[in-house]
Ligand binder design. Sequence first.
Ligand SMILES: NC(=O)C1=CN([C@@H]2O[C@H](COP(=O)(O)OP(=O)(O)OC[C@H]3O[C@@H](n4cnc5c(N)ncnc54)[C@H](OP(=O)(O)O)[C@@H]3O)[C@@H](O)[C@H]2O)C=CC1
Ligand SMILES: O=C1CO[C@H](CO)[C@@H](O)[C@@H]1O
Length: 482
Amino acid sequence: MTLVNRRTFLQSTAASAGLILTGTAASGAVDGANDRVRIAVAGLNGRGKSHIDGWFGQDNVEIAYLIDPDEKVLARTVKAVQEKANGKFKVKGVRDVREALDDPNLDAISVATPNHWHSLITIWAAQAGKHVYVEKPMSHDVVEGRVAVEAQKKYGVVIQHGTQRRSDSGIAGLHEAIQAGKWGKLKISYGYCCKPRGGIGFDKVSSPPENLDWNLWRGPAEIEEFHANYHPYNWHWFWKTGNGDLNNQGTHQLDVARWAIDKDQTHPVRAMAIGGRFQWGDQGETPNTMFAMAEYPNGQYVFFNVRNVNYKGYEHQVENEYYFEDGGRIVRGVYYPKGSDKGEKVKVDRGDVTPGGNWGSFITAVRAGDPSMANGNVHDAHYACVLGHLMNNSYRLGEEVPFNAKAGKFGDNKDAAEHFGRLHEIMSKGVGVKDNEKYTVGPALTFDPETERHTGDHAEVANKLLKDPNRKGFEIPDAAKV
Ligand SMILES: NC(=O)C1=CN([C@@H]2O[C@H](COP(=O)(O)OP(=O)(O)OC[C@H]3O[C@@H](n4cnc5c(N)ncnc54)[C@H](OP(=O)(O)O)[C@@H]3O)[C@@H](O)[C@H]2O)C=CC1
Ligand SMILES: O=C1CO[C@H](CO)[C@@H](O)[C@@H]1O
């Protein structure tokens, strides 16, 4: 990162927040013995383990707090980390994130909780002057993501999104070449999140386990009753806690897709989705199959495909493709000119990222007190997440129509019809979805990137989905008062 980049970023964030950043803990470099960084990790069951390993892998980083509302998970993780630290530091286990954030000697927090907690912890941490590494998706809804952006602007902390591809200089270089027009104008930036998963069955309402602090687990999510499918992991497939695979695994590929389009594009002006939760007959709410598209103000598109239902011959695709206006395409690192099956391997220079991988780059940015050094900063995080939220919201407002290849309403968009056609063929021939089943076809939602509100025909219902209701005591603050 050049000094110019750093200065521009700090000036623009400070200016838009109407303040001058002084040497607060957040805006300045980390002080302390030999630049030691004291970090807390929230959410320990799955991804939190990778966070712990990531911080152990950095010089002079101390894991000061471990946070989890499940006593058993907390106790076993504290024990394991304490043993591994081998006397180098002492870690404290707490159930409530606020206890760690109250510690003036804490520099940063990394967040690997379920999605419904991501923004609130990020906002609370920024308000407390702590830097934040937050897992994807940074937001569970559009409005809270905006509040996280405003909190970053106001408090000047480093916020880095858990989209680790942003630390890949190869992808950065490819996108720099695409944006420079090496293959002509990019027309469609395509992401796939096609990994096989299974159904989750049904779990009846029951009492939460004694070792779980159910109040803290729910936090901002308005859920009345516990069932064992929430905890752990399958919360991904319920709208109040997760965002489906589109904004789970898919956030990585949504972010890469948006990263490739022109740099001045923020949010799409239109988004729609079609899909269903086929075959599993379970309690999950989010689709396991999806074709979605979003159009940006400059006419570029992001297309997206989710396919989770396994079948014989399943094609695993967790990747991105790039389609150019002249008919050329880049698929799996090979460029194919229009109409040709003969491709040539793409060779590009490495692009501009902060070195050190996703963990190391965050610590470098924290030590420098420089938010612009985050690989996947709060702005990119917000735009990537909103892209998925708008597609999901279209799906959630959709109507059921018979399962057939004409289900999509794509107007004269031949590309969309063609790509949806491929998905339909897989679902009918591969998976065996029958004609008497149904697709959910979402409306084309129009969106104003400036106001971050829907406009047009479906605005009233769609705007209601921009913000989840929150439980008392866990409200997302107003963007203007953050
Ligand atoms: N970047 C990447 O490649 C990956 C990112 N992720 C992301 O990481 C996040 C976590 O996923 P995963 O580990 O699979 O999910 P899990 O459900 O396995 O783990 C989440 C953990 O967070 C805990 N938790 C819940 N509420 C709080 C809270 N208020 N404070 C602290 N901890 C809390 C849970 O507690 P309890 O033990 O009580 O359930 C659980 O231990 C997700 O957002 C996911 O998208 C996941 C995998 C890879
Ligand atoms: O299911 C999962 C596995 O991989 C993804 C990331 O690579 C996770 O985010 C996700 O929760």
